[in-house]
Design a protein around this ligand. Structure first.
Ligand code: OAD
Length: 254
């Protein structure tokens, strides 16, 4: 039995503008660890040791190797039925924006086009000096060598880093503005698989609600902002989203 309300289905079916915010729980069923669930990435690794610019400059080879490892995991994963449902939803709704905190590119792989990446994309890399984009493979250190050298930019010799937002860094220019504009103008917002504790992303559903949108979250447990939203749908993204989008298609306004 679907765990979402008829109101959510009707609002989605009637909406001409929909925004979706996703977090790490969206990719969990593709096999990518979340950050804060037990066994999540921040449980096993200390972010202050790896995900900040100081750590990178102190030990670029270690940080590059950790990201090369995460790139390998992400390259071998695939979007699940929930990602595919969101791609279908984009085709049903006249104005649609998908705002993601994820860096894995799975939404684009599933077919979503209107995607705003708030925290970058781990499959891209760039030179810290000349800012030139680097090849994906450029984060893979030389495994043959006993003392591996950090990967450097082919053009200027600067250190190459992943194109993700680290602790203490600003979000990509324009990303927050685009996300907030979508939240301010949408009629329905879905917040999927995010603990909603990291700002500014966590403020986006609340902004949409304040501007009059119907806001529902889909999560295996209520998030930090659940009390401020219209509806919490308890369930896995990969199970709830296909059912929800199918229900919206069956109502048939789109
Ligand atoms: P978190 O790890 O904080 O939260 C994941 C959320 O997904 C939790 O609320 C889980 O209950 C939920 N969840 C787990 N499995 C699920 C499933 N199958 N279906 C639906 N929900 C599920 O991840 P984020 O909220 O994305 O930032 O974390 C936000 C940011 O914190 C990340 O983007 C990252 C981190 O610091 C940067 O790296 C800049």
């Amino acid at each position: 039995m679907p765990s979402f309300s008829d109101t959510l289905v009707e609002r989605l079916a009637a909406a001409s503008s929909v925004a979706v915010l996703t977090g790490a729980g969206m990719s969990a069923e593709s096999g990518i660890a979340t950050f804060r669930d037990p066994g999540g990435l921040w449980d096993r690794f200390k972010p202050e040791e790896l995900a900040n610019v100081r750590a990178f400059l102190d030990n670029p080879t270690l940080v590059q190797a950790w990201y090369a490892h995460r790139q390998e995991i992400i390259r071998s994963t695939e979007p699940h039925a929930g990602h595919r449902a969101l791609a279908k939803l984009e085709r049903l709704v006249p104005r649609f924006r998908l705002i993601t905190q994820n860096v894995d590119g799975l939404h684009q792989q599933a077919g979503n086009e209107a995607v705003t990446e708030l925290h970058g994309n781990i499959l891209r890399a760039y030179c810290v000096d000349c800012k030139a984009p680097a090849e994906e493979s450029h984060l893979t250190p030389d495994r043959e060598s006993d003392e591996p050298e950090p990967v450097r930019c082919a053009a200027c010799g600067g250190l190459v880093r992943p194109d993700v937002v680290w602790f203490g860094e600003a979000l990509p220019p324009g990303a927050v503005e685009k996300a907030e504009a979508a939240a301010a103008h949408c009629e329905v917002l879905l917040s999927v698989g995010t603990s909603a504790v990291v700002y500014p992303a966590a403020g986006i559903p609340v902004l949409a609600k304040a501007q009059g949108a119907y806001v529902a979250e889909i999560n295996i447990e209520p998030s930090a902002i659940a009390g401020e939203l219209d509806e919490t749908v308890i369930g896995k993204a990969g199970e709830v989203l296909p059912e929800l989008v199918e229900a919206v298609r069956n109502v048939g306004s789109h």
